[in-house]
Design a binder for this molecule. Structure first.
Ligand SMILES: Nc1nc2c(c(=O)[nH]1)N=C([C@H](O)[C@H](O)COP(=O)(O)OP(=O)(O)OP(=O)(O)O)CN2
Length: 166
């Protein structure tokens, strides 16, 4: 039986990570305390192998991933779409109301992200959407599937997957 000329490229490098402060929100009244992780990001993609025995250089992918994680590195990350947070800018601070209490974060050290929660699942989806917005992932590269994984520590991660529609 002929084997389809597809490959699965996996990128998982120690330096492809972002160090960030966050708190996971569990309900309208329960949240974690602010704390930090080194969030490690990895990627698997399925693509067609060309006549030259490769899909495209994965150096291109690593470069894009490094650029992307740098945009999140060394910030406090807040979920702009959380139904449980009210976020308002007051001068050079964000006031964040949760469960009747206010928390304050310096604007310059904080990023509001289009997420419902700052979980590994939501970070993975966000990064996957950012990658898919890049022309590199357009149809001519022969990429049919993309999976982004984000880990908050050894042995715990969440992923987001995309498959090209036929
Ligand atoms: N579905 C999810 N659940 C949780 C997430 C998440 O991203 N998705 N995140 C957290 C916490 O923010 C944290 O990252 C993990 O907390 P916890 O497991 O309690 O602590 P550690 O990472 O230090 O792991 P240990 O196994 O205790 O060493 C919670 N849930």
């Amino acid at each position: 039986m002929p084997i389809k000329p597809n490959t699965c490229i996996e990128i998982s490098k120690e330096d492809i990570k972002f160090s960030a402060a966050h708190f996971t929100i569990f309900s309208a009244t329960e949240r974690e305390r602010l704390h930090g992780h080194n969030f490690k990001v990895s990627l698997c993609l399925t693509a067609e192998v060309g006549e030259n025995g490769m899909c495209f250089s994965y150096v291109e992918i690593k470069r894009r991933l490094r650029t992307l994680v740098d945009t999140l590195d060394e910030y406090t990350l807040l979920p702009q779409l959380s139904p449980y947070l009210e976020i308002a800018q007051e001068g050079d601070q964000y006031r964040v109301n949760f469960n009747g209490r206010s928390l304050f974060f310096p604007v310059e050290d904080t990023q509001l992200l289009p997420l419902r929660n700052t979980t590994v699942e939501e970070f993975a989806r966000y990064l996957l959407e950012r990658l898919l917005g890049d022309d590199f992932f357009s149809a001519d590269k022969g990429i049919t599937e993309l999976v982004v994984k984000v880990s908050s520590g050894p042995g715990q991660c969440g992923s987001a997957c995309w498959t090209r529609e036929a």
